[in-house]
Ligand binder design. Sequence first.
Ligand SMILES: Nc1ncnc2c1ncn2[C@@H]1O[C@H](COP(=O)(O)OP(=O)(O)OP(=O)(O)O)[C@@H](O)[C@H]1O
Length: 232
Amino acid sequence: MNALSVDNLSSGYAGAVVLREVSLSLAPGEILAVLGKNGMGKSTLLKAVMGFLPKMTGTVAISGSEATKLSPHRVARLGVGYVAQEKALFQDMSVEENLRLAVRRPDFEAALAEVEASFPFLLQRLKQRAGTLSGGEQKMLLMARSLATGAKLLLIDEITEGLQPSVIDRLAGVIRSARDRHGTTMLLVEQHLPFALAVADRWAVLDRGEIAETGATSEPESRARVLKHLSV
Ligand SMILES: Nc1ncnc2c1ncn2[C@@H]1O[C@H](COP(=O)(O)OP(=O)(O)OP(=O)(O)O)[C@@H](O)[C@H]1O
């Protein structure tokens, strides 16, 4: 059974159709990178799957459960985490409070172990107010927090934006390791092509709200095939 199945999904904003009959599926533990130029509908896809936007037509199923009409809260309860700047941190709360609020499991120690495995520097910052972390550090906390929740499916929107190259490399390792240890399935929207190709198993290019092309990242011609769509 697929961890995520999206079938013929169309969605958008008050009268404007952005996604047009998008279909994709992810097997459990699979990582799919969605690429494309600015404004092609990548973030819209994640928002529609998460339930922030109305689905005009089509269906979404999460681990076989029908999720097309569910609110974000109910989608989250199916084990889905949404990692995006706009659903970001509680700026006035400490790093620890941010983790405690997101991680509802009783064993907070296990969550801290997950943080240590991803970005250990955060353990020295538990009492610091999240809003006083640097932009890059906030992104690392966002990612560490999502992994610590134990979500089965993560929807990750441009996590690399604004991060320095060494942190991007570390993040790639963190994501692959989390997938290998927990079998987390991930749908990630990315602008950073080398990161996307290093982390994902498969890629899909969105062009004006439609899936234009897909491939496996193991295929040597992947980079050239994606770049063809990204040139202005
Ligand atoms: N709240 C909104 N109301 C109306 N239109 C919107 C809204 N949010 C996004 N759009 C439009 O939907 C289209 C797709 O936007 P989306 O953010 O999904 O693109 P994207 O592929 O993620 O782009 P980028 O790489 O620039 O982040 C754009 O034309 C955008 O202007």
